[in-house]
Every structure is written in C-alpha cells, then in structure tokens.
Design a protein around this ligand. Structure first.
Ligand SMILES: [Zn+2]
Length: 271
C-alpha cells in the first residue's frame, strides 16, 4: 500500500508531467471508482487545467482551474501511468484522463478511488487527517503531543492517520528501527528523548524513500528508472531472518494489531 514516500514521489512526477495541462477527455471503465455518474464526472473535468497536485497524507488532490478537486486514493494494488496509449502497461485502466499531450492512466483501482469534489467537500473529506510529517510546526514536541493520551502500542499509533498523516505499515517499522525503539512499547513509556529520535527518524526515512522513488514496483512512465528504488533501502520491512544492517542481529517478524511487523530485538530496545 503506498504511503507518504510513494505518493510524494508520484506527486512530484505528476507536477512535472501533467502540471499546467488541460484535460481533453475522460474515460471511465470502472464507475465504482468515481463518485459521480460518468457524464457528470466528464462535465466537471473536461476543459479544466490541472494547475497543482497536492499530497495530503496518502491521498493526492488534483487542483483544477475550474474550482474542482480530484481526490485520489490509490489503496492496495493501485498505480498510475503517464504516457501514450502504445506505452501504457497491458493491464486495463479503470480511468483514463486524456491531456492535449499524454494521458494519465489509473490502474488496479480495486479499493482505490478518484472522486470529483468541490473545495469544501475535499476539505471535509480530509479534515480528520493529522498534520503532515514535514509540517514545519510539527517539531519533536508537537509530534509527541499528537500521541498524548494514547495507551496502546507505539507502532499502531504511528499508523493512525489522525495523529500524523502518511505513515503506514512499512515506514512505521523503518522509522522505529532507525530510532532504535521497539514497535510494541506502550506509547506512555516513550520519553522526550525517544520522541526526539523518532521525529528525526520519521523525517529522514520518509524523505530518503521519496527521493529514491518510493517502494512501488510499477514504472510511472516509459523509461522510468526512478520509481521503486527505495525498496532496496528498507532495513527491516519484509526482511525476516536477515541480519540487521545496523547491529548484525536477526530481524524478526511479529504481528501487532493484526499487521505484520518487522524489527531487530537486538538494537530496538525499550523506548
Ligand atoms: Zn539491529
């Protein structure tokens, strides 16, 4: 499932490739993926220019110059491709947005969606999201305050989108490893120093992964060599039984709140 780095990487590429372009056509092969009937969806989008692509947590928000917004959630299995019909992957697109130059294909949208909204509706839909991990006001102290009063284990708390938006199952494990903190430590046991380390680890892990194209394996355009390189940087996620790159200990897999969790018991100690 794409998280902050994957969606931020996609956002940057989309800004380069479709930013400022006018939508000249829309094709909807899976009506369940949109929130309006296909004709209304077309009327609300065709002729508009995409002037900005914003990321909010794991969502992308396309700003159209007609005052509308397109809210995208890729969810598990979803991906995008920018290019011409003869370049796109073989698998069918659930939605195609055509621009005067190149098209944007939405692939694998089984659980994901693309909703056409007014600005107010978009803000209402996103209002429960917590601050962005890179928000300048979110210093280590403000970060710790987002988890005040939580009683459960730390890892599930980090993936709560209302606390901080954009962290999911993979990067929660990675940032905890970098900070040297066990995923199952109860939130109240994390001290100020622990929050400071975790805050720093959050920012560096997410930024480095985004700069390396995130972990999604599917190319975003023909000749794309950037997307997915961050998979090789993962230190613990999906590396059960492998040596810890930090200390040489053995990475273990466990389950927390029903989600698989990877950590190194040798160097991730307490809080
Ligand atoms: Zn270790």
């Amino acid at each position: 499932m794409p998280e902050w780095p994957e969606m931020e990487h996609v956002r940057r590429l989309l800004m380069e490739r479709i930013g400022g372009r006018r939508i000249i056509g829309v094709e909807i092969a899976r009506p369940q993926a949109v929130n309006a009937d296909p004709d209304a969806f077309e009327r609300g989008t065709v002729g508009a220019v995409v002037w900005y692509v914003e990321r909010r947590g794991k969502h992308l928000l396309f700003h159209l110059d007609n005052g509308k917004r397109l809210l995208l959630h890729l969810a598990a299995g979803g991906s995008l491709f920018v290019g011409a019909d003869d370049e796109k992957p073989e698998r069918p697109a659930q939605i195609t947005i055509r621009f005067s130059e190149g098209n944007l294909y939405f692939l694998g949208l089984r659980f994901g969606y693309l909703h056409l909204l007014s600005v107010r509706e978009a803000n209402e839909r996103l209002q429960e999201l917590g601050p962005d991990p890179m928000d300048r006001r979110l210093d280590a102290k403000a970060f710790a305050a987002r988890f005040a009063g939580k009683r459960g284990m730390l890892k599930p708390a980090l993936t709560d989108q209302t606390a901080v938006a954009g962290i999911g199952n993979c990067y929660a494990d990675e940032m905890l490893h970098k900070a040297g903190i066990r995923p199952d430590v109860p939130v109240p046991l994390v001290d100020a120093e622990g929050w400071r380390r975790l805050h720093g680890a959050m920012r560096s892990v997410l930024e480095e992964a985004a700069a390396n194209g995130g972990c999604m394996g599917t190319p975003l355009y023909r000749g794309d060599t950037q997307t997915g390189r961050a998979a090789a940087l993962l230190q613990v996620y999906d590396r059960e039984g492998e040596p810890c790159p930090k200390c040489g200990g053995v990475i273990v897999k466990t389950e927390l709140s029903g989600r698989k969790t990877f950590f190194c018991p040798a160097c991730q100690t307490g809080a």
